[in-house]
Design a binder for this molecule. Structure first.
Ligand code: ATP
Length: 250
């Protein structure tokens, strides 16, 4: 579904990604792991058009989307969340979800939103309600983002990312900052989304979360793919153990 081919990027002297190639399969859960600074978020930023790569190509459903604008990529059905939540604090959770509908920075969507008629608004409201319900945040819908717990904001980010029913959802450290109950609920939500044919591609450091969910795991180290396989294969890979996982419970 998503093909990363020889992707590379330099920041000054730092080669943040070096000839990275792998595929994300349709309908599966793929995890991208690796130590801090390995290049995981940089790759997400390149896929979603927030950064331009120096080398390589990215294909989505066989279409070359390399270095397209974020809103073009979003319109193709690729949605994402951010490691540092990217929400608007002055408005309610419900209003934050509108951003998911219009696609941030998409001028034509903003214009069409301004021309919305009542019938369309009803549809939008229905979508907002549905997404809040499946992410379990309905009771907070009229609160502002600074009035709700952090865990709720993480779910809000996911609700916003799925409101337009993307084909693939990129989650950047979805479990970070969540307590165990919230993590369990999030695992159920991710399984539910895959049952609805959404493909999931996530960056995650919580190996319990990864081992419970991921069909396929890719490990990056210093911008290079050092392993690609099932969690079991990755867990026993010498290079991954040395670079990232350690051998405490290998
Ligand atoms: N905009 C930027 N300008 C300069 N260097 C950057 C920029 N973004 C990332 N880097 C560098 O690129 C490398 C990869 O960073 P990246 O944030 O992608 O790592 P990561 O694997 O996501 O790490 P973490 O697990 O801590 O989130 C790091 O050396 C980082 O300092």
């Amino acid at each position: 579904m998503l093909q990363i081919k020889n992707t590379g990027i330099n920041f000054g002297g730092v080669k943040a990604l070096d000839n990275v190639s792998f595929n994300v399969s349709y309908g599966r859960i793929t995890a991208l792991i690796g130590p801090n600074g390995a290049g995981k978020t940089t790759l997400f930023n390149i896929i979603t058009g927030f950064l331009k790569s120096n080398t390589g190509e990215i294909f989505f459903e066989n279409e070359n989307i390399t270095n397209s604008q974020p809103y073009h990529i979003f319109a193709k059905g690729i949605s994402r969340t951010f490691q540092n939540l990217n929400l608007i604090s002055e408005v309610s959770l419900k209003e934050n979800l509108l951003l998911g509908i219009i696609g941030k920075d998409n001028p034509s969507s903003v214009k069409s939103l301004l021309r919305l008629n009542g019938k369309y608004w009803k549809r939008v409201e229905k979508k907002i309600h549905h997404c809040m319900e499946i992410t379990g945040i309905s009771e907070w819908c009229d609160k502002k983002t600074d009035e709700v717990p952090y865990g709720i904001l993480k779910y809000l980010e996911i609700a916003r990312a799925i409101i337009n029913e993307p084909k693939i959802l990129l989650l950047d450290e979805p479990a970070a900052g969540l307590n165990n109950v919230e993590k369990e609920n999030l695992m159920e939500l991710i399984k539910f989304l895959t049952s609805k044919n959404m493909t999931i591609f996530m960056v995650e450091h919580d190996m319990n979360f990864v081992s419970n969910l991921a069909d396929n795991v890719i490990c990056l180290n210093y911008g290079k793919v050092i392993a690609n396989g099932s969690y079991g294969e990755i867990r026993s890979n010498e290079e991954v153990i040395k670079a990232y996982l350690g051998d405490s419970d290998a």
